[in-house]
Structures are given as structure tokens and as C-alpha cells.
Design a binder for this molecule. Structure first.
Ligand code: ASP
Length: 601
């Protein structure tokens, strides 16, 4: 029953037929999404990447086609020739772009059959099969219209980026995948060398060093849609390999980079019909942390900023709060407008939620008809009313309060701000709220190994006025490390960091200082980055750049919270490809050639 394609030609896709086509004879090719039998009439929904067209097969008019239609099962591949006709008024389907018409089949050709599918493709989002099963059969999952649309949007995004960067005078330069460690704070994926026993390439976490070398090479304006590889704990918005628009320019100032990136995002967001307001508002890291408890605040949410309540509690006899304040901690709150109506159960849930971010407790005040608060007993009604007033709460509102170390207060209230906004449906749809965050700290301290790490990466320049402070810090005044600010900036849209970059260090002496600050001896720095320190000494122009995650940007454009929705062949949270079963084992001979031995315990 399977027939050859022969010379048959597709005349239209399954998504384009409209009333204007009525009367035309057409040939469509695609998959059977659904077949319904009504005695002398059989209906087939024929699907391709563009859409679905209803095919109707009439026993009387086309007996052979009708008989053939009876053999058709889900996902059979068909070529259908027939006439475009108007659907009866009652049979129109406004949900389909082709819903005003149908194709009355004269001929049906079965180009291929299909086994029964392991899961249903047209299930609603909630009824979809488990993601693991869908990833194992990714080629089936990808047939779903939403994923098809996402991949086409991805293509258009890449095209738009290429056009824009070309117009702006940038040259696309490809850099190698087999490289040496280029640190971005994650582990490297390494590749053993066969010809150099015991040596390894590292896959680039980003092309950072190479793009800077392009500046030293006088290439002036570089870009690349670069593949990056980072072996790190995966989250919903991370994959071990991903793509980024990687950019570097000579003689760059932050303002030049901001203008370039704002122009780019304005263009890109037009793909989904959105007009971004430029210039984007700018905030320092210190300001966003203070006001929103996050370095990627979602500015679609109005208000709900963190309010400092510490001043009203300076003399408090309440021991837990007194302890927090005497050890340099903070007490802050957010106001939930209308939150007095929140149930005890929701407050308990929010309490658990806050604890996940390290908060020891979540205190609350509700300004309902009656005042109620978890702090009433400890602080008394007057103080509680004081606090609510200081937070800016009005009758009908609630205040959620966290006390603790500054980082914990920011993390938990920052996350609560988003969580409450989600629950209370305070995040408007189809709104895009971009901003810049700059003046990030140069370093962050990791308690586990008691040392400083670059917050961005080790090639990021300190603010000019902070260079002498860096020198003092490296020479022993350790307490100064946490004050150093970097010429680093992130673009944030709707709470997602869609780009990040910095003005780089272009002086060898400053770069050596930063390596030292990171605990590298001169020998280690030379062993790891000697080539780069050498390169810096041959006339390096001031330069800077940025990188924008393609997947993250798409997640905002689509929108989706699952990064796997915007790439063709993603990996699972345990960094596996379930379809091709990777990573896999290699045979003994290959291991020997690579001078490797696998030790399994
Ligand atoms: N290399 C950085 C990253 O991949 C971006 C940049 O600084 O340009 O995050």
C-alpha cells in the first residue's frame, strides 16, 4: 500500500489555503494528525510545519480515495490531491488558519506508514506525556506545532541578529571548539588528545579569550553565534551546550555597547510584534539588590519593592530581631497589595517557599478589618502598625517580612516578590520590561573554600577609580575586595538575564593583579594564560563586549519557562541525550588510542 512519490509536486503547504483558493486544484503533503470516519465521508487532518488542512474524502465522488483513506492511521505520510472548497458556515473552524476551507480529495497516496505512537502529539499541555518519553522520541515531539513554531522563530531570530550585526559593521568570526579552558565559572568539558598522550582540549565555556585576541589582532568589531559548553548543575534555564550571540568591539565604552544591544533587542522583539522602549533604564547592582532583592528584577511587576524596616526595630527587645541587627543583618519587608485576604494556608506555603532561600522564618502583617500578625505577641500592636506604615502598607494590604543576613533577605524577598506576583496574577502578559544592571561587584566570596571568585569572569575591568583599591586589596587589605566594582553590565528582560558583558582589562599589569586576587600565583597564571598575558603586551586596544543567550532570549520571546522548548535536541537535567543515548561508552580500543583507562569505583 505504500506508494512512490514519483513526480508528484506539492503545490501548497498545509497552512496556507484560504477562501481565495476556493476552486483551485491542489496537492498537499504531510502527516495524518487525525482521521474521522462518518460512513460515506472520511475526514483527515493533514499536518505539516505550516499548519493543518482538513481533507474530506467522499465515497461517492472518489471511491478509490475513500477506500484508501480507511487504511490511513495517525502519522501516516500522505500526498493528497483535490479541490479547495468552502466549508459550510457551521463547519468553519476559527482555531485553524485554514479553517474556512477544506480540500475535497480526488486522490490519496500513502507515502509511508507509521507505527502506533508512544504518546499523543495533540494532547493539551497538561495531558502531554512525560518529558523524558518525549525526549526519547524527540523527532515525534518536534512534530508538535508549538515546537515547530519555536524553531522557526529561532531561525528568524538568528537571521535578524546576523543582519543587524552586519549593518553595524561587525564581522562574523568563527572560533575553535577544540580549545583550552576559557573560564566562565563552570567546569570544562574535556576531550582527550590521541596524538598528544595525556593532553586534553577543553571545550570553550565561551569564546571570551579568543574574542579579546581578535581585538588585539585589530579585527575591531567581532561577532559570532557561538556554541558554548559548560559542565554545571542544570536548571530550567540551563543546558550543557547552548548558543550565544558573542560580541566584542575595540575602543568600546559601556554607552556604545548599550546602544548596540538596545538596537538589537528592539529589532528582535519586533519579530513577536513588541516595541521595546529605548534607552533601557539603568540600575546599579547595589540599587537592584536593595530595591528588588535580585540582580535580574522583573520590572513588569509594579511596586512590591523591598522596604527596610531595620530602623524601626533598632531598640527591639524581640531577641531574634535584635540578634540579626546586632550582627549586621537586615530586616526588610514587601507589601502585597490586597494581601489582607491571603489565607493562612497561602501564608504557610509562602513561609516554606521563603525557607528554600535560606530565610529562617517569614513574618507577616495583615491589615484587614482587624489587625493580625505573626509578630503581634512579640512586638505588640503599636509596633506592628508602625512597621506596616513604614513599609507603606494600606488597609487591605499585607506585609511579608524576613530578617537575616543581607544576602538571605534579598534572595528570599526577591523570590517572594515573583512568587506572590505569580500567585496573585500581578504579572501582565505581552509586556516586556527591559533594563540594564551595571557596576556589579568584581568578586564574590565563596564560603566553602574561603576564597574570592570573579563575579563575571577574570577578564572584566574594575571601575577606573577602583584600580588603586584593587592594588591595596591584593597587597593584603582583604576587606577591600568586597567593595570593588566592575565595568560589567547585564541586560534583563522580564526577570531573565538575556545578555551580560563587560569592558575588559586591556593592560597586562591590571590583568596580573586580578589573577593574583583570584589566588593564582604568577606561575599558575603563566601556565594557564601565559599566551594571553603575552598577547596583552603587544598593543592591546581598550575593548569590551557582551554575549546574549539565544535560548534565554527565545524563552522570553515565546514565552516559555522550559529551555528545552527552544532548541531542537536538548539534554535532560542530568545532561543526557535520551534519543541518541549520549553520553555512551566507547570500546576498549578507542580508550587505548586515547591513552585512557576507566576506573569505576
Ligand atoms: N564571555 C561572557 C559570557 O559568556 C560574556 C562577555 O563577557 O562578553 O558570559
Amino acid at each position: 500500500m505504500i506508494e512512490n512519490l514519483g513526480n508528484r509536486k506539492r503545490t501548497h503547504s498545509c497552512g496556507v489555503l484560504r477562501k481565495d483558493h476556493v476552486g483551485q486544484s491542489v496537492t498537499l503533503m504531510g502527516w495524518c494528525a487525525r482521521r474521522r470516519d462518518f460512513g460515506p465521508l472520511t475526514f483527515i487532518d493533514l499536518r505539516d510545519r505550516d499548519g493543518i488542512t482538513q481533507i474530506v474524502v467522499n465515497q461517492e465522488q472518489a471511491p478509490a480515495a475513500h477506500a484508501k483513506a480507511k487504511e490511513v492511521r495517525s502519522e501516516f505520510v500522505l500526498a493528497v490531491t483535490g479541490d479547495v472548497v468552502t466549508r459550510d458556515a457551521g463547519a468553519r473552524n476559527p482555531k485553524l488558519s485554514t479553517g474556512d476551507v477544506e480540500v475535497q480529495a480526488n486522490e490519496i497516496v500513502i507515502l509511508n506508514d507509521a507505527r502506533t505512537l508512544p504518546f499523543q502529539l495533540d494532547a493539551s499541555d497538561e495531558a502531554l506525556a512525560s518529558e523524558d518519553l518525549r525526549l526519547k522520541y524527540r523527532y515525534l515531539d518536534l512534530r508538535r506545532p508549538q515546537l515547530q513554531a519555536n524553531l522557526r522563530l529561532r531561525h528568524r531570530l538568528l537571521l535578524e541578529i546576523n543582519r543587524y550585526m552586519d549593518e553595524q559593521g561587525f564581522t562574523q568570526i568563527e572560533t575553535p571548539i577544540l580549545l583550552k579552558s576559557t573560564p566562565e565559572g563552570a567546569r570544562d568539558y574535556v576531550v582527550p588528545s590521541r596524538v598528544q598522550p595525556g593532553k586534553f582540549f577543553a571545550l570553550p565555556q565561551s569564546p571570551q579569550i579568543l574574542k579579546q585576541i581578535c581585538m588585539i589582532a585589530g579585527l575591531d568589531k567581532y561577532y559570532q553565534i557561538a556554541r558554548c559548553f559548560r559542565d554545571e548543575d542544570l536548571r530550567a534555564d540551563r543546558q550543557p551546550e547552548f548558543s550565544q550571540l558573542d560580541v566584542e568591539m575595540s575602543f568600546a565604552t559601556p554607552d556604545l555597547i548599550y546602544a548596540l544591544v538596545e538596537g538589537l533587542f528592539a529589532r528582535v522583539f519586533r519579530l513577536v510584534g513588541a516595541e521595546l522602549q529605548t534607552p533601557f533604564p539603568r540600575f546599579t547592582f547595589a540599587e537592584v539588590m536593595r530595591r528588588f532583592g535580585s540582580d535580574k528584577p522583573d520590572l513588569r511587576i509594579e511596586g512590591m519593592e523591598l522596604q527596610d524596616l531595620s530602623s524601626a526595630l533598632a531598640e527591639t527587645p524581640f531577641a531574634p530581631y535584635a540578634a540579626v541587627l546586632s550582627t549586621g543583618g537586615e530586616i526588610k519587608g514587601i507589601v502585597v497589595s490586597g494581601g489582607a485576604a491571603m489565607s493562612r494556608k497561602s501564608l504557610d506555603e509562602l513561609q516554606e517557599f521563603a525557607k528554600r532561600y535560606g530565610a529562617s522564618a517569614l513574618a507577616w502583617i495583615k491589615l484587614g478589618d482587624e489587625l493580625s500578625s505573626s509578630l503581634l505577641k512579640a512586638l505588640g500592636a503599636d509596633k506592628v502598625i508602625d512597621l506596616a506604615g513604614l513599609a507603606g502598607a494600606q488597609k487591605g494590604d499585607a506585609v511579608l517580612i524576613v530578617a537575616g543576613k543581607a544576602e538571605v533577605v534579598a534572595a528570599s524577598l526577591g523570590a517572594l516578590r515573583i512568587e506572590v506576583a505569580r500567585r496573585e496574577k500581578l504579572i501582565p502578559e505581552n509586556v516586556f520590561a527591559p533594563l540594564w544592571v551595571n557596576e556589579f561587584p568584581m568578586f564574590e566570596f565563596h564560603e566553602d573554600d574561603g576564597r574570592y571568585y570573579s563575579m563575571h569572569h577574570p577578564f572584566t575591568s574594575p571601575l577606573d577609580e577602583d584600580v588603586p583599591v584593587l592594588e591595596r586589596a591584593v597587597n593584603g587589605e582583604m576587606q577591600l575586595f568586597s567593595q570593588l566594582r566592575a565595568k560589567a553590565y547585564d541586560t534583563v528582560i522580564n526577570g531573565v538575564e538575556v545578555a551580560g558583558g563587560s569592558i575588559r582589562i586591556h593592560r597586562g599589569d591590571v590583568q596580573s593583579l586580578v589573577f593574583k586576587a583570584l589566588g593564582m600565583t604568577e606561575e599558575t597564571a603563566r601556565a594557564r594564560f601565559g599566551f594571553f598575558l603575552d598577547a596583552l603586551s603587544y598593543g592591546t586596544p581598550p575593548h569590551g563586549g557582551i554575549a546574549s543567550g539565544i535560548e534565554r532570549t527565545l524563552m522570553v520571546l515565546v514565552p516559555t519557562e522550559n529551555i528545552r522548548d527552544v532548541m531542537a535536541f536538548p539534554k535532560t537535567a542530568s545532561a543526557q541525550d535520551l534519543m541518541i543515548d549520549a553520553p555512551g561508552e566507547v570500546d576498549q580500543k578507542q580508550l587505548e588510542e586515547l591513552h585512557l583507562k576507566v576506573v569505576t569505583e
